[in-house]
Design a protein around this ligand. Structure first.
Ligand code: ASP
Ligand code: MG
Length: 441
């Protein structure tokens, strides 16, 4: 069997869903298991509805627009316009409750944002049925997707594979499962984090022993750079799991960073494909390094990076300082990207968030802390970087020529990722010129 995951833009309108239908039809021999995202833009709108309802503002208009998006798709597909009305009514009640309570817990937020996928899956399944296929929409939590209770960033339980295998035995025909959402052991709805449907697809793929996990999106694969920054960027033929994970973590938006974890365990290839261009081979992500003959695979960037400098003058000849700092990160659940140390300081980068503020407050109890927000990070990724002599010189000469200062450098232990920080507004230019030097000549 194979798992096919369709993103929000792929199921964004009736035409998209028809394309999805024909892609599924063309691989019926491979026993497809389908995972879908919410209709494009719907998850954003659900988050917005939370803000509106909590702010005591009028949320009804935005809710009506959400209803119209789904009803219009259904009617254009010639399906029953009232197919998701039950869910819409449930959503309406929830919004009214939130608005009168004036608060939305992490648990309620997951309940709220789960409606996107819970509505898109039945629409896609109904379309497949109308096309004569046997198909069934399934909420991921009814297909064994059980996680811990960490709302908005839940992770599957250790025995998720068994749960999924058992639950999926009862289904018939083409299963269209909801991405992104799950439930915890108490039965509360959880989510895997924004963009988590890719991760859902690979969890299902690994549990069900898929031959391949296909991530269908609206670009030709993983690119040498973000085409919005570098119009000359081109799709990559192959990537290793490790390269793909680094790229995803460091800003490539095509695939959720956790997607590679279940695939590595089962050594299942992940293919990134374009719904608008279904015959194009896309990018295949495999266990062994890619065959593209390049020193470097891709350049990514990410903005709004925060740098925290922790200075302890008495660190000289001390031990245990790093452990203390690490303990704070662990307790506050701060994810650290890069670390650099000197005799008396540790600098690390992370994404800004509430946890960061509490972590800083704790760090200040035993050290001096300086924080710089809105820095930009550029990462160059590729298995071959580790063998290429003079590679760092090639990269940093670009910065010299652009007269841009580097704030922090990290060249990971695996040496497939060279990352550095530049000031706000500079990453785009650096990525463009680097791409020109590394790929365009
Ligand atoms: N619908 C969710 C989001 O927009 C999950 C996904 O699309 O992967 O984040
Ligand atoms: Mg996505």
């Amino acid at each position: 069997m194979i798992v096919l995951k369709f993103g929000g833009t792929s199921v964004g309108n009736a035409e998209g869903i028809r394309r999805v239908g024909s892609i599924i039809r063309s691989c019926l021999d491979s026993d497809p298991f389908v995972v879908v995202s919410a209709v494009g833009g719907v998850t954003d709108r659900l988050f917005e509805l939370r803000d509106l309802s909590l702010g005591g503002q009028l949320w009804e208009e935005s809710f009506e627009a959400l209803c119209a998006i789904h009803r219009d798709i259904l009617s254009e597909l010639g399906l029953d316009e009232g197919l998701v009305d039950g869910l819409l009514a449930e959503l309406n009640t929830l919004l009214a409750e939130l608005s009168s309570a004036g608060e939305c817990t992490a648990k309620s937020l997951d309940h709220l944002v789960s409606f996107g996928e819970r509505m898109s899956a039945p629409i896609v399944a109904a379309h497949l049925q109308a096309e004569g296929l046997t198909s069934q929409a399934v909420d991921a939590f009814d297909a064994g997707m059980v996680t811990d209770s960490r709302h908005q960033r839940a992770r599957p339980l250790d025995d998720v594979n068994t749960r999924i295998r058992q639950a999926c035995e009862q289904f018939e025909g083409v299963v269209v499962a909801t991405g992104y959402i799950a439930r915890d052991e108490e039965g509360n709805i959880t989510t895997l984090g924004r963009g988590g449907s890719d991760y859902s697809a690979s969890i299902f793929g690994s549990a069900l022993g898929a031959e391949e996990i296909q991530i269908w999106t609206d670009v030709d694969g993983v690119m040498t750079a973000d085409p919005r920054i570098v119009p000359a960027a081109s799709p990559l033929k192959t990537l290793s799991f490790e390269e793909a994970a680094e790229l995803a973590f460091y800003g490539a938006r095509v695939i959720h960073p956790a997607t590679m974890i279940p695939a590595v365990d089962g050594n299942i290839p992940i293919r990134v494909l374009n719904t608008h261009h279904p015959d194009f081979p896309g990018t295949i992500i495999l266990g062994s390094p890619g065959e593209d003959d390049r020193g470097v695979k891709s350049i990514t960037s990410k903005s709004h990076v925060s740098v925290v400098n922790v200075v302890a003058p008495r660190m000289l000849d001390q031990y245990g300082f790093l452990a203390r700092v690490a303990e704070v990160f662990k307790l506050q659940e701060v994810i650290v990207d890069m670390i650099a140390t000197s005799e008396i300081s540790i600098a690390f980068t992370t994404q800004r968030g509430e946890n960061l503020d509490s972590a800083i407050a704790e760090l200040e109890e035993f050290s001096e802390v300086e924080v710089y927000h809105d820095m930009e990070q550029v990462s160059v990724v590729g298995e071959e970087i580790r063998e290429r002599i003079g590679f760092a010189e090639e990269v940093f000469s670009v910065l010299r020529d652009l007269e841009i200062n580097v704030e922090l450098i990290s060249f990971g232990a695996t040496r497939i990722n060279l990352s550095f920080l530049v000031g706000a507004g500079h990453a785009g230019e650096v990525v463009r010129v680097l791409h020109e030097r590394l790929f365009e000549r």
